[in-house]
Design a protein around this ligand. Sequence first.
Ligand code: SF4
Length: 504
Amino acid sequence: DNEVPWILGTQLTTQCGPLARSSDSSRVLLIEAHDFARRMPYHSQKLTLVFAAMRQFRDRLQADGYDVTYIQAETFKAGLSTFFEENPDTRLVTMRSPSYGSERRLRDIADDAGGEVRFVENELFVSTRAAFDGWAGDDEQFKHESFYRWMRRESGVLIDDGEPLGGEWNYDDENREFPPDSWEAPPVPTHDYDDSTTETAEWVSSTFDTWGSNELFNWPVTRAQALDQLEHFLTHRLPEFGPYQDAMRSEEWAMSHALLSGAVNIGLLHPMEVIAGVEDAYHNRPAVDLPSAEGCIRQLLGWREFMRHVYRHSMPELATANQLDATQALPELYWTGETAMNCLAETIDAVHSHGYSHHIQRLMVLANFATLWGVEPDQLNEWFHATYVDAYHWVTTPNVIEMGQYGHGVFATKPYVSSANYIDGMSDYCADCQYDPSVDTGETACPFNALYWDFLDRNESKLRSNHRMGLMYSHVDTKREAGELDDLGEQVDTFRVRAENNNL
Ligand code: SF4
């Protein structure tokens, strides 16, 4: 048979897909295309991760006896032309990328190059497209909670006799703690890199116009390193993952988070391996309780799968969805990190240093501020896409545009917005901030406060009838009756002028 597996840079696995079914002497194609990396100022660690992991995967396959064709080219088109010129009677087979339109695009490119690609199911997810579509039926208003329960039952993960282990589906009430001052975050695992990875990091910095620091690169680039990172998480980080998963502390960029999303999203680990590891840890390691295990598993078995399918169903509209008609540009401070707002400065510094911040910093600091500011959702989506090591459009687009900015309403039922109150409660940022989280107007007023009321006021015609917003609008009414909304609006004008002068 003249069919050769073509392994995309986000599918670096022999555990599943066409490579799992070929023999270890078989031919394999990888194309390292460089043009995408020139399109935006990607984080240097993101590019290093993808290119280093591809090169490591090539070396491992070669060492295992595979006949590897590794083509470095400016574009996939150039790479495929080279391949088909040298292998005219060969057909490629590859797992579908979750990126919107990629199957059609790659098929067309292969066609132009005089060859053919056969696309098969992407097995790097737990659920299949058909399974989700069967579950969803004709309903286009997807609900994560019912999807998640269905996935738990289907997979049998944390299920006992058809019911959730412990009697509840969700233990988030126990997962919103803030650590005491004496608490120290568990160590972040470190990896030794060989010359190939060190040289790739240098090549990335000298070849592309990147953003972010490459000095602290510490992400797994091989399967062995990813397995080490998983084991480290299960031993050292998972026991405190649950209670502190929403907490934010200065100087603690990783808290107890798993730091596995980058490895999972390029195929070094299968999500089911992580899920099974966490479930096993719950049963066999006394330090791991059910709220920590369930909270982690929900991210992978629930949210990650759900977002992939929501994206598939909502594109292409989702990419430019903007139901609140937000038109502001993304403030420059997202790129420079230069702001007196300590929560944003700390979070952006973590992203600049590591290409990462955890989910609450993403949702309740970065996306919250952008939503309150009125940033066009697509602009924030592209910022996340460029700056996070784990960001791909299939995952950022629903997370940022719909969940973060309420640009779309297939599963989000209200905007995730809050005043300084939430950040003050879940972080230590406010104590070191030049702004005061309890002040709404005046010199020391925290921008989140006036922006919050202005956001509700500005979007009243779209949001007031939402019954989940009832309480918020009763507070708006109180402010309006007290004549405070005008002052808050003027305060926002002041902030906008300051932002223009890079002085917010
Ligand atoms: Fe952020 Fe406001 Fe707290 Fe400062 S006071 S850290 S700007 S929430």
